[in-house]
Design a protein. Structure first.
Length: 316
């Protein structure tokens, strides 16, 4: 069996900490300024499409407008949303600075949104500041359970499980996830369900249950597709491919890598598509007669052409 090289550097933030509800609102709190409202609305649309660089540019424009207006609520809102973009772009230190600005602005405006800590915790985890993340999780204990929205409590449990995994403590992580399925059914929140699938998949990998992990990642990919998060969907399909490969389910792995690569190429990211199609070609050695191989080889050629065209454009 040919083993692939580790791909841990591919989309690390999106894979591990994907936040489907990162932005604090669909736009400004109210139409206090037409320009700010239009720009923030366009930014939200770009964010939902996975166009994080474009969303960041637009949110920065909205933030500067809010700063010019000296509007504390809108500074808080737009700096928070810009921080969420930088989290997706893996610029965690820049996100931290904006999170601090956002908290200060919301505090001065009179109210910090209930779910604000979630982004703070994710940022701390992404920077490897585990003690900071743990301290931020403390306020969501049993004493406040009645006053906190159910969705926030679920996210806290998921983040506690994430923290446990980072500390190489899968037993605690599994304990944190107990009962969440029932809570998720009541919450009817696909974003949280997708996060649960990610954590479940990671735990199953630790337990050596590779095919079950692949199925969890498949379900996560389906939820991301349903929500229109196609970039994240493509990344998670690759994660499912890895899991199936580890479980020696070669045909399933081949199909996931192919689908991921095809989606990434269609999203005009041939470099990322190349990594996935190479994995598909590697695992194809284990199932050389699969009928999809012709499409795999054809896609590989399309990617090479796209990369050559990109290289030519840059040299001109």
């Amino acid at each position: 069996m040919i083993r692939r090289p580790p791909r841990s550097t591919l989309f690390p933030y999106t894979t591990l900490f994907r936040s489907l509800a990162s932005c604090s609102s669909s736009g400004p709190v109210r139409q206090v300024d037409p320009e700010l409202y239009r720009t923030a609305k366009s930014a939200r649309t770009a964010f939902n499409r996975g166009e994080y660089e474009q969303a960041a540019r637009l949110y920065l424009r909205s933030l500067n407008r809010a700063r010019a207006m000296d509007n504390g609520a809108e500074i808080g809102n737009n700096s928070y949303n810009l921080a969420a973009c930088f989290m997706e772009l893996e610029e965690f230190d820049r996100a931290r600075e904006l999170i601090d600005e956002s908290r200060d602005a919301f505090s001065r405006a009179g109210r910090v949104p209930e779910g604000f800590r979630i982004l703070e915790i994710k940022n701390a985890l992404a920077r490897g500041s585990l003690e900071e993340a743990e301290a931020l999780l403390v306020p969501a204990g049993k004493g406040r359970a009645r006053s906190v929205a159910p969705e926030i409590l679920i996210q806290d449990k998921l983040l506690r499980a994430d923290l446990a995994l980072k500390r190489d403590d899968p037993t605690t992580a599994r304990e944190e996830l107990k009962g969440i399925r029932d809570e998720l059914r009541e919450a009817e929140n696909d974003s949280l369900r997708a996060e649960f699938d990610r954590m479940e998949g990671e735990l199953l990998l630790r337990e050596g249950k590779f095919k079950a992990a692949g199925a969890a990642f498949d379900h996560r990919a389906d939820l991301l597709r349903k929500g229109g998060h196609y970039r994240g969907m493509a990344v998670v399909l690759g994660r499912a491919g890895d899991a199936y490969w580890d479980g020696r389910a070669y045909r399933e792995a081949l199909y996931r890598f192919f689908r991921s690569s095809r989606s990434l190429l269609a999203q005009e990211d041939p470099a990322a598509a190349l990594l996935m199609i190479k994995s598909a070609l590697d695992v194809a050695v284990e199932c050389p007669r699969d009928p999809i191989l012709r499409q795999v080889r054809g896609l590989f050629n399309e990617i090479k052409v796209a990369l050559e065209a990109t290289s030519s454009e840059r040299s001109e």
